[in-house]
Structures are given as C-alpha cells and as structure tokens.
Write a protein that binds this ligand. Structure first.
Ligand code: 5GP
Ligand code: ZN
Length: 114
C-alpha cells in the first residue's frame, strides 16, 4: 500500500514537513516525533504515513511498522514504566483524526527529583 496523506490533516502536514516537529525515528511507512503538549518528558507519537482516522481503517503493513517503533522509543527512554496508548473516536479521547500511538514515560519519584 502506498503512502497516503490528506492536505488539511495536521499530522499529514507533520509527515510532509509543512508543520515542524521534533523527529525521533522515520521509516518508509512511519514517522515518530515528540508530542507538543507532553504528559511527561519524552512523550512521543508514532504515526503511519497513511491518512487513516482509526486503526480499523489502517492497512496492516502500516500497523505492523508502527509498534516496533514504539518499542524502540520505549527502550531508548529507559523502559522502566511507560504507557503505549492509542485512541479512536472523540468519546475515546481522540483529538487528532490521524492514527497515532502515544508512548508516554512514567517517571518514578526519584527520577523527578533528579
Ligand atoms: P489524541 O487525544 O488525539 O490521542 O492525542 C493527540 C496528541 O497530539 C496530543 O497529545 C497533542 O498534544 C498532540 N498534538 C496535537 N497537535 C500537535 C502538533 O502540531 N505537533 C505535535 N508535536 N503534537 C501535536
Ligand atoms: Zn493525516
């Protein structure tokens, strides 16, 4: 399946570089970057280079590419405590209608105190 973007989508604009982002990892099928409004230090988003609103609309090859990237990011962050989350639909807390996986580190109390 080919890369597919939508002109008015903010995450498609990030993939194309029209909106700047702090890139972490890029493959032919996926793009990973830091969340602009992080829930914790290092909060990352992994997005497919295919505009699908929800996971059930995403071709499998894009889905298969994204999760190993989330894993790499979790390892790079230390992989002690973290959440990998993915929301579909407004009621399920999705705000940006382009599939994305959140990778959210959960720092321990001692990490926060430095
Ligand atoms: P959702 O609630 O849809 O699962 O999460 C959307 C996420 O995208 C939020 O955590 C929000 O901070 C992030 N976000 C929205 N717009 C931008 C943007 O322009 N740049 C970056 N880096 N993150 C964004
Ligand atoms: Zn999009």
């Amino acid at each position: 399946t080919a890369v597919k973007t939508l002109a008015e989508c903010i995450f498609c604009k990030i993939i194309k570089g029209i909106i700047p982002s702090f890139k972490l990892i890029e493959t032919d099928l996926s793009y990973a970057f830091l969340d602009i409004n992080p829930l914790s230090k290092g909060h990352a988003l992994v997005i497919p280079k295919y505009h699908a609103e929800k996971v059930h609309e995403l071709p499998d090859e894009f889905l298969a590419d994204a999760l190993p990237i989330a894993k790499k990011i979790a390892i790079a962050q230390g992989a002690e405590n973290y959440n990998i989350l993915q929301n579909n639909g407004r009621i399920a807390h999705q705000l940006v209608d382009h599939v994305h996986f959140h990778v959210i580190p959960k720092p321990s109390k001692s990490d926060e105190e430095g």
